[in-house]
Write a protein that binds this ligand. Structure first.
Ligand code: DSN
Length: 422
């Protein structure tokens, strides 16, 4: 438990929200696949003295004086990022995943150019050009989809046909709600045919790649990777852009991040990224990444045994998408609320071919990065999946829900959020 000793006296209102959130995170189980629990070391860097410093520019080339320690710290963070992902260059300044993607688009394209990315309804992400986003006003976004939503196989023939017709500048791989490994080699082959850059948005699976349990798109020749740092990678809330080897791309990315899109980088966050990357370079992190997938597979088995339809037929990574409306007659929104009541947090989610709305879709999305940080193993993953299904089947049974909530709380008490991750 944090002390918050200064906030407590100075600002009781904010203090109340901090201790409330800390207690909420401890007593329930977090199954939102994009969330995690950082170590106290990452939190310390996140809340550190570096928040005071303006450091526009890059190490060795800043617009303000007094950069002795910021330069050293950002350089360490960059070197760790490069080592983790086998990148020749890294820009650790993007404020988040969306900021990283926007900078990447402007660095690699001119207004009006085309991006070929995964359809949002098939697992892509808002920042991959959803009509409601600003980048959609500047660039032209075209789509590929899955060939078969029961296996998750991407329709690479369609991807190639669209690429040949639309001549995209960027072919984008990556997702926020897709549970299979991608065939990066095929993306690279197609991109070569049409002269496009290959970019992977690996925000969800960065920790799995760093831990060696998911393929690194750079091994198959991708040009650029964008990512957040706070999901499976278990760092602070932020973004990053990695470049496999191209010096010209490095120059363009760096210029676009600053001064193109951002002002002073958040140096305290960069310090926390450095600490998190240090953790991700340890053998303990490799074990963690392996266990994330084992736990997801354990949950997959339970859902399958209960004949609940899983999109893509299951998972290769940390997340699962279940068609709860089709299988249990409960909507995604109802499921989210019932599960919250019993202490399990996850997302409602649209599923491919959904006939319902984004605010009340047919599916739920859940995953194992945070529970695995609490050292829960297959036994707990299995039981939590059973409890989830029980709760969804008992949405109007208050007594049953109270019983389930008690068991969830007991599991959480047996697996407290750890302060140290290495
Ligand atoms: N909001 C993130 C997620 O939950 O997947 C993606 O940016």
């Amino acid at each position: 438990m944090n002390e918050y000793k200064f906030i407590k006296d100075q600002d009781p209102e904010i203090y109340a929200t901090l201790v409330g959130e800390e207690a909420r995170e401890a007593r329930g189980i977090e199954l939102i696949p994009s969330e995690n629990y950082v170590s106290r070391a990452v939190l310390e860097a996140n809340g550190s003295i570096f928040t005071n410093k303006y450091s526009e520019g890059y190490p060795g080339r800043r617009y303000y004086g007094g950069q002795e320690y910021t330069d050293a710290m950002e350089t360490i963070t960059i070197e760790r990022a490069k080592e983790l992902f086998k990148a020749k260059y890294a820009n650790v300044q993007p404020l988040g995943g969306a900021a990283a993607n926007v900078a990447m688009y402007f660095a690699l394209m001119e207004p009006g150019d085309t991006v070929l990315g995964m359809d949002l309804s098939h697992g892509g992400h808002l920042t991959h050009g959803h009509p409601t986003t600003s980048v959609n006003k500047v660039f032209n976004f075209v789509r590929y989809k899955m060939k078969d939503i029961e296996t998750g196989e991407i329709d690479y023939d369609e991807l190639r046909a669209v690429a040949l017709k639309e001549k995209p500048k960027i072919i984008l791989a990556g997702f926020s709600a897709y549970s299979r490994e991608l065939d990066y080699k095929k993306f690279v082959e197609i991109a070569k045919e049409v002269g496009a850059y290959t970019v992977a948005d690996m925000a969800h699976i960065a920790g799995l790649i760093a831990g060696g349990v998911a393929r690194n798109p750079f091994d198959d020749g991708f040009d650029v990777i964008t990512t957040t740092t706070h999901k499976t990678l278990r760092g602070p809330r932020g973004g990053m852009i990695l470049i496999r080897e191209d010096e010209e791309i490095r120059k363009r990315i760096n210029k676009t991040v600053f001064p193109g899109m951002q002002g002073g980088p958040h140096m305290h966050i960069i310090a926390a990224k450095g600490v998190a990357f240090g953790e991700a370079l340890t053998p303990a992190f490799k074990e963690y990444a392996k266990q994330i997938i084992k736990n997801a597979k354990a949950m997959e088995s339970v859902f399958k045994n209960h004949d609940i339809r899983l999109l893509c037929g299951g998972t290769d990574n940390h997340l699962l998408l279940a068609d709860v409306y089709g299988s249990l007659g409960i909507t995604g929104q109802e499921a989210e609320i019932v599960l919250d009541e019993v202490g399990i947090t996850l997302n409602k989610n649209m599923i491919a071919g959904d006939t319902r709305t984004a605010m009340d879709p047919s599916g739920i999305r859940f995953g194992t990065p945070a529970m695995t940080t609490r050292k829960m193993m297959e036994k707990e993953a299995t039981r939590l999946a059973e409890l989830m299904i029980m709760a969804m089947k008992s949405k109007d049974d208050e007594a049953k829900k109270a019983e389930i909530q008690k068991e969830v709380q007991a599991i959480c008490e047996a697996f407290p959020v750890p302060e140290v991750h290495v």
